[in-house]
Design a protein around this ligand. Structure first.
Ligand SMILES: Cc1cc2nc3c(=O)[nH]c(=O)nc-3n(C[C@H](O)[C@H](O)[C@H](O)COP(=O)(O)OP(=O)(O)OC[C@H]3O[C@@H](n4cnc5c(N)ncnc54)[C@H](O)[C@@H]3O)c2cc1C
Length: 327
């Protein structure tokens, strides 16, 4: 079986999408394989409504708008997108790679891995009856802001995304609380300042101990850290933002033997893994000083694609500006 693709991109998160666009600009045959039914990775699945502040060129952009722009950009090139296909195995066959998904087998001359954090799930609220409230009063993210309009909401958590959510909800809800078990928030200084200047009511340092139904609402029973002083708040909706647990970082069952550190693939500054013609970018890749951010992944993608192309086609010209690449 001959290689049909020059580059196979595994993972259609923001970084895989941008890599797919860039590879298309360089006029090579590319496929993106994504296991979910939609593109956009964590951004589409976890925080489509959140406002992102740290993508260059956008003072503010919601997750869903960023992904929609990436889709429009990807549509400018011939990169093939295959959704609802999970890569189950990657094997070396001579100088090429055999990629087996749950639907088909394809051959590729090279691979760019952009599988992010793998499959992920929210850290749940450790309260016995939490399941009874889930998707009614209790949520682990905000995928549809309309559901929260004119509702009183308590957000639990103290990281960047909990603060972002509290500020986002504060724009549509009459009453927003932010409950955190510490007095300090683990978030960007800019967001903490915005929070302090907002009308969000801060409840710190408290820990949620129980939930009780009150008509269509939920009573949150909390306890102050150390003093154990009780607190009860009744709201329409509770959003718990305690972060996410990753199930599998990179599929350990793949036949190829990738060098990893704590589940992430070790790469050089060109995205090169320990295996020739396999690069990794975005959240799945690690190197000294790596930050798991969209913008760092966007920077890694063109370097890794250009690296693969110079391996596959050494006679081709190196990287150019996009205007010279556009046919
Ligand atoms: C709540 C939250 C808020 C955040 N806020 C920000 C922010 O404000 N700014 C910022 O820069 N970053 C933020 N991040 C981080 C940012 O989302 C990630 O850095 C970014 O999504 C990484 O993109 P990626 O394409 O590398 O991976 P991902 O987004 O994880 O996408 C990987 C894709 O690969 C697919 N995949 C995995 N395994 C396979 C397989 N075997 N076969 C096929 N497909 C597979 C997955 O389904 C997924 O769609 C936030 C993250 C979270 C959780």
């Amino acid at each position: 079986m001959e290689a049909t693709y020059d580059i196979t991109i595994i993972g259609g998160g923001p970084v895989g999408m941008f890599a797919g666009f860039y590879a298309g600009l360089r006029d090579v045959k590319v496929q993106i394989i994504e296991s979910l039914e939609q593109l956009g990775g964590q951004v589409s699945a976890i925080y489509p409504e959140k406002t992102i502040l740290d993508v260059a060129g956008y003072p503010k952009i919601t997750g869903k708008d960023l992904i929609s722009n990436l889709k429009a950009q990807l549509a400018e090139v011939d990169t093939e997108v295959k959704l609802k296909q999970t890569v189950l195995d990657v094997e070396s066959v001579g100088d090429e790679f055999k990629i087996t998904t749950n639907q088909e087998v394809t051959m590729s001359k090279s691979i760019l891995i952009a599988t992010g954090v793998g499959s992920f799930n929210p850290r749940k609220l450790a309260v016995d009856n939490a399941d009874e409230f889930e998707d009614k009063q209790l949520f682990y993210g905000v995928t549809d802001l309309d559901k929260f309009k004119n509702q009183s909401v308590l957000v639990a958590g103290g990281g960047d995304s909990a603060i972002d959510l509290a500020l986002l909800l504060n724009s549509v809800s009459p009453e927003v609380y932010l409950l955190h078990r510490r007095d300090q928030f683990r978030a960007m200084e800019h967001s903490v300042k915005q929070l302090q200047e907002s009308s969000v009511k801060l409840l710190t340092p408290y820990l949620i101990k129980g939930l009780e139904p009150v008509d269509q609402q939920v009573k949150i029973i909390a306890e102050k850290m150390k003093t154990k002083e009780p607190l009860e708040v009744v709201v329409d909706k509770l959003v718990v933002n305690y972060g996410f647990k990753s199930q599998d970082k990179v599929n350990d069952n793949w036949s190829i033997d990738l060098a990893k550190t704590k589940g992430q693939i070790n790469v050089s500054q060109t995205g090169q893994t320990n295996l020739k013609n396999i690069v990794a970018v975005g959240d799945v890749a690690t190197f000294d000083g790596k930050q798991a951010l969209i913008s760092t992944g966007f920077g890694e993608a063109p370097i890794a694609i250009n690296h693969l192309i110079s391996n596959l086609y050494p006679d081709r010209r190196g990287a150019m500006h996009s205007t010279s690449l556009n046919k």
